[in-house]
Design a protein around this ligand. Structure first.
Ligand code: C5P
Length: 304
């Protein structure tokens, strides 16, 4: 009998940048209350699922030496969580091709988890709604629901509660990938430490930024980009200041640390400008490598 689901099945999931990342106080569960605006970018990971006798994981591409290939990998955890909930056998081969920087503040692990969730649900023919998948996604990580949904969205709670945001047109980005990654918990801890020692500025309301995103005007958006984690990321990797400065000197409209970093994201006026900024940054020796990307793009999607 022919199966309607093609196997192997590949799901593509996007990277994200936080256009606004307001970090509130620590909650009793140890997470910080967030108000954030996510945008999904054209940089992506591909996750291919193949039915097999046992669960195994194989990772190739960008920065793979730092990606676990044991059951702690978020894609494997996603398949196991879904299997437990819907009483399935998680035995399958998971192949991940990484295009999103590892430990870079761009939700690479979350993208893999989102792709694995959608892929396994499709492979098993589960009759699940987006809400069902969101619920499992949120147990895996704060950014996993957004990796499923993509586009531009306002996130609250830990970042897992999403409201879609209107975005007109296409925004163009240059990404400066760092030589060393940063641990997300370490960056949040550093922010707590900085806040105990003084008062680094806090991002205000994202209302104006959301209006700028809806207008599609990068010049209007540029001065409104805000990230409360930036001070902490710069404190842990002071060299990022030089990267941010170099991007501005190269003609970017604005530069910001992406999420918990250390990737620096530069908003540019056009696709051509993004390439020019990338060329200058690569030549300046202030990062490991550069990528250009655009957003918003959809969330995890089965590749036809
Ligand atoms: O949810 P996720 O696994 O991505 O979070 C990784 C770590 O980042 C958490 O363990 C926590 O230390 C920190 N975090 C936080 N507040 C959030 C999201 C993440 O403190 N809202």
């Amino acid at each position: 009998m022919l199966s309607v689901v093609p196997t192997p099945l590949t799901v593509r999931a996007p990277a994200k940048v936080n256009l606004h990342l307001g970090v509130g106080d620590v909650r009793p569960d140890g997470f910080h209350e967030l108000v954030t605006v996510f945008q999904a970018l054209s940089l992506h990971d591909d996750v291919t699922l193949t039915p097999a006798d046992e669960l195994s994981l194989h990772v190739t591409g960008e920065g793979v030496r730092d990606v676990p290939t044991d059951p702690t990998n978020l894609a494997a955890r996603a398949v196991v969580a879904l299997a437990e909930r819907y009483d399935r056998d998680p035995a399958m081969r998971i192949d991940i091709v990484k295009g999103i920087p590892v430990a870079g503040g761009m939700a690479g692990g979350s993208a893999d988890a989102a792709a694995a969730l959608l892929g396994a649900a499709t492979l098993w023919g589960l009759e699940v709604t987006r809400d069902d998948l969101d619920e499992v996604a949120a147990t895996l990580g704060s950014d996993v629901p957004f990796s499923l949904h993509g586009h531009t969205a306002l996130g609250t709670g830990r970042g897992e509660r999403l409201i879609p945001a209107l975005a007109r047109g296409e925004f163009h980005w240059t990404l400066a990938l760092a030589r060393e990654g940063l641990s997300t918990p370490a960056v949040y801890r550093e922010l707590d430490r900085l806040r105990e020692a003084g008062a680094p500025p806090r991002a205000g309301s994202p209302d104006e930024l959301l209006a700028a995103v809806a207008s599609g005007d990068p010049h209007r958006l540029a001065p409104l980009l805000a990230n409360d984690l930036q001070a902490a990321a710069l404190s842990l990797q002071p060299g990022l200041r030089r990267t941010l400065r170099a991007g501005m000197e190269a003609g970017a409209l604005a530069g910001i640390v992406s999420g918990s970093g250390p990737t620096c994201a530069f908003l540019c006026a056009s696709a051509d400008d993004a390439v020019d900024v990338g060329t200058e940054l690569a030549g300046a020796g202030v990062c490991r490598t550069v990528r250009v990307a655009s957003g918003p793009v959809p969330g995890a999607t089965v590749v036809p």
